[in-house]
Design a protein around this ligand. Structure first.
Ligand SMILES: Cc1cc2nc3c(=O)[nH]c(=O)nc-3n(C[C@H](O)[C@H](O)[C@H](O)COP(=O)(O)OP(=O)(O)OC[C@H]3O[C@@H](n4cnc5c(N)ncnc54)[C@H](O)[C@@H]3O)c2cc1C
Length: 484
């Protein structure tokens, strides 16, 4: 603890035990605070979750939520090193991924960013785009800056500068796969690195190239953790416990309020649901850090507005299918909407061939066995699988996996299926305004917000964002200590 740490550690409540909450809570506790973490569910990790399929000889767990992290900037790797997980970082197999459109699939052009091709006239980009769309995209660096100047979303900027072909066939499927939202619904401020490079160079293609150069991982722009992302959750839990944090699972918080008396040391009242409405005035804390999704955060703070919800269902199949040993579609397939086949709009938006991507998983599965993850649904589009019975979902998943992998998978090859429905409010186009509203209503004392609705989707944004939010909160508490 720093020399100027107050004698009585500040009491800080962290609401939400996903990655953001766990990272922030660990940071606060190691910084000398007396931390209580409230997690609604009986499980920590939020959208990181380990699943397993018993009785299929596949005893190792696998990720049914987040399964990798973006290597950009090296921030996640540096954090993993700090918490002792450097040795567990693994690279995906360097076999690339594919793009499906209509009934066919092509390798995704290498060296792009968010689907923006770094070399539109490379053979792989021409194959994915077709010659006309590739030529149109290749003219982008020559366009004046005024082209796209009025665009407010990533999709609009790409359409205006690179053309509809590049948007529909490359950028949309990649962004849907990563952000679960259509690029035309995502404001440009969600992509600070891309927009900074675009500002600097005046070209999206030049920006894509520059960003790609910053990516150092041998196997591509993502990396994973041997044993799955839950290893991170376990390490974060252990770190928090070692620093004296009090972890309360199964404890949903109903509301968080600035305390009325404003007495020193009791700026906030946290009301766990189990205490009901009439038990005292809630639990007193000096500061709170909310690491819940946008909708939950607004509700906790008593805001009338709610964030827009996205639902994504992941369907994981363990199959005995030696026909997949050659990983026909690399690490997986992103799906482009095919306007000539409207029925495909209902299909999986992405498939991950998990045992082709991660060797630790392939070893665990054994020869000839493959784990495939399909994901359904995105912002504004409910997953077709939602609320369907397992039997129907299995048929849909087998149909989609067979088509996307180009290998027919039959029911009798299936050793097990697992499903997870993820409902969250992230990637809201109104996010900036929403965040401001929420903050205006609560600027009564030390409070911080973290999570992907604040800092951006994915661990590469969530982890550094949570560290920064915790550090700022500690600094604010120290300032108020000094001025008190
Ligand atoms: C299917 C899927 C795949 C993904 N794949 C990747 C990937 O490969 N790589 C990547 O970087 N990102 C991926 N992401 C995104 C990534 O998972 C998220 O950006 C990140 O996990 C968000 O973390 P969070 O802590 O902000 O939110 P969450 O993980 O949602 O955590 C919020 C927590 O708050 C708790 N909570 C809510 N309300 C309350 C309350 N009232 N009281 C107490 N607790 C409450 C919830 O139970 C939850 O545990 C994926 C997301 C999904 C859905």
């Amino acid at each position: 603890m720093a020399a100027d740490t107050p004698a009585v550690p500040p009491r800080i409540a962290v609401i939400g035990g996903g990655v953001a909450g766990l990272v922030a809570a660990g940071e606060l506790a190691e910084g000398g605070a007396d931390v209580t973490l409230f997690e609604a569910s009986s499980r920590l990790g939020g959208r990181i979750k380990r699943e397993s399929i018993d009785g299929a000889g596949f005893d190792v767990g696998f990720d049914i939520g987040a399964e990798a992290f973006a290597t950009r900037g090296g921030t996640v790797a540096a954090f993993l090193e700090r918490i002792g997980l450097a040795e567990r970082i693994v690279q995906p197999a360097p076999i690339g991924s594919w793009l499906a459109e209509g009934g066919s699939a092509v390798p995704l052009p290498a060296a792009g960013t968010l689907g923006i091709p770094a070399r539109p006239l490379g053979a792989d980009a021409i194959r994915a785009l077709g010659l006309a769309a590739a030529l149109r995209a290749s003219a982008e660096p020559l366009l004046p800056r005024s082209c796209g100047a009025a665009a407010e979303t990533l999709g609009e900027l790409v359409r205006q500068r690179l053309g509809s072909g590049a948007l529909d066939r490359l950028v949309r499927p990649v962004v849907l796969g990563v952000h679960s939202a259509d690029p035309v619904a995502l404001p440009l401020d969600r992509f600070p690195e891309l927009t900074a490079e675009y500002e600097r160079t005046g070209s999206l293609i030049a920006a894509a190239r520059a960003l790609r150069r910053h990516t150092t991982a041998a196997g591509g722009a993502v990396a994973g953790i041997e044993g799955g992302m839950s290893v991170l959750v376990e390490a974060l839990e252990a770190r928090l416990a070692a620093a004296g944090g009090d972890i309360r699972r199964g404890t949903p918080v109903a509301r968080v309020r600035g305390s009325d008396d404003g007495s020193a040391g009791e700026a906030w009242r946290v009301h766990p649901e189990e205490y009901g409405d009439n038990v005292g005035g809630g639990l007193p804390f000096d500061a709170v850090l909310l690491a819940t999704t946008e909708r939950a955060t607004r509700s906790l703070l008593g805001s009338a507005e709610t964030g827009r919800e996205t639902a994504v269902e992941v369907v994981a199949l363990l199959v005995d299918a030696p026909g997949l040993d050659e990983h026909p579609r690399g690490t997986g397939v992103l799906v482009a909407k095919d306007p000539s086949r409207p029925e495909t709009a209902q299909r999986a938006k992405a498939l991950t061939h998990a045992t082709a991507k991660w060797t630790w998983l392939a070893r665990a599965a054994g020869a000839g066995r493959h784990l495939i993850r399909l994901s359904y649904g995105s912002l504004g589009r409910q997953p077709i699988t939602r609320d369907l019975a397992d039997d129907e979902v299995l048929d849909i998943a087998l149909r989609d996996a067979s088509e996307l992998l180009g290998v027919e998978l039959k029911r009798d090859s299936v050793l097990g299926m697992r499903r997870a429905l993820w409902v969250f409010s992230a990637a809201d186009p109104e996010r900036s305004a929403a965040e401001t509203d929420a903050l205006e209503g609560i600027a009564r004392g030390p409070i911080a917000l973290a999570g992907d609705w604040v800092h951006g989707t994915g661990l590469a944004s969530v982890i550094p964002g949570a560290v920064a939010a915790a550090d700022e909160l500690l600094a604010a508490l120290q300032r108020s200590e000094v001025t008190a």
